[in-house]
Design a protein around this ligand. Sequence first.
Ligand code: NAD
Length: 464
Amino acid sequence: MTAYQHHLIDGIWTAAQSAEITRIHDSASGTELGQVAHGTREEIHLAVRAAKNAFASWSTLPVSTRADYVRGIANQLEEQVEQLAQGVAAEVGMPLKLSRRIQVQMPILAWRATADLAVECLADVALGHSTLNHVPVGIVGAITPWNYPLHQITAKVAAALVAGCTVVLKPSELAPCTARALGEAALAAGLPKGVLNIVMGDATTGQALVDHPDVALLSFTGSTAVGRRIAASAGQALKRVSLELGGKSACLATADAPAESVVRQVVGSCFLNSGQSCNSLTRLLVPIELYDTYRALLADAVTRLTLGDPLDSATRMGPLVSAAHRDRVRAMIVEGESQGLDLIAGGSQAPVPANGYFIAPTIFGRVPPRSTLAQQEVFGPVLGVITYETEQQAIDIANGTAYGLAAAVWAGTTDHALTLARQLRAGQVDVNGAPYNPAAPFGGFGDSGLGREGGKYGIEEFVE
Ligand code: NAD
């Protein structure tokens, strides 16, 4: 068992003042993994004060020097890949092999890529007789979720640091191991004290950070409901805010799309990390006359998603993060079943390992586009297949939710797919199976949030 009962404040791990904690559990066994302290308002205040004191010198360092510190942090994290991959696999439930690559190695690459982009991205720009300078916003309050913990921390903290901001991070109380490793990496890399402060805690701790008058920008990733509240508080105080929120992303397949490839991408995306990804493709839109073809392909593909312990190399899909989250996802599946939808795979009664927080990969067919399952984020391993009669109808269905984070289009030709992709209101649209591109801006329309992360666009969020 690990105790996350210290906060990194002004370069020192400081014992938590409050006895309030969140208990975290191994997602595959349910045994207790550790206890996470809830930082108090006073601790948030101390962390913000440290960030304020550090800002004057950090913000005036040459960008290349700040980038070197960021590379130093990446080097330190590199030393801990295996330990972190196992930690996230236990906390979140992602199979170890994927956890190593996606949860740890990709974020480390992002620390380096952010450092490499910084000098060019933040250079002065001549505008006729004017010079455009990029000035760091100030103290950043970063609040992150549990599903890709190091990735989400990296998208905010690495970009804010190279931009010249100082940071107070409040990581998720459900997945703290990477946040603590980052704090240790920052100390080992010699990051000046107060530049990065980490206060462990829950919603109350996060709210104290949101409320602090000296925080200039709030960078939040999490649920739309909390994002809305943070935006309202930030509006009152005229703080800048960037919000990476939920999604209900569609994959639109045309009649001449290669159905096997479509199914491979959608199953890979929807069930990655047990469906706990904000940009999962959770709605598959297919021509009505091809419904039976897709139904058969999906039913077959799902049989290969072996459920089990994330540490077992045979496992293709692990458990969900917590008992509470599993129960929430299961309730949404039961609601789908009660509506008499075509259950293609899984369901609330499907067998799952006895211990831990498992849900079988579940696919519903002929889902009405306005139903709860087609409109609300499940954040679990649940795919809805929706049929359409015309491509215009498919575009309207794809755009017909409150969200707009990601989407995918498959068609017989690239030109056709691009024509459709341009009509989708989503932050990123994958065309004919294009892989994830970390240099592209990531973020959404509507209820999926405000602002962009990733590449140079992510750095630009932190400058005036
Ligand atoms: P959440 O909103 O419950 O919590 C996110 C973070 O906010 C946590 O650190 C939590 O402690 C903190 N928090 C909660 N209430 C707060 C408050 N009132 N004030 C300040 N901080 C508060 O989300 P979650 O359950 O951790 O993550 C799942 C959600 O995150 C899903 O909706 C998912 O779509 C979304 N998400 C979005 C992206 C994206 O990039 N768009 C990425 C990952 C997850």
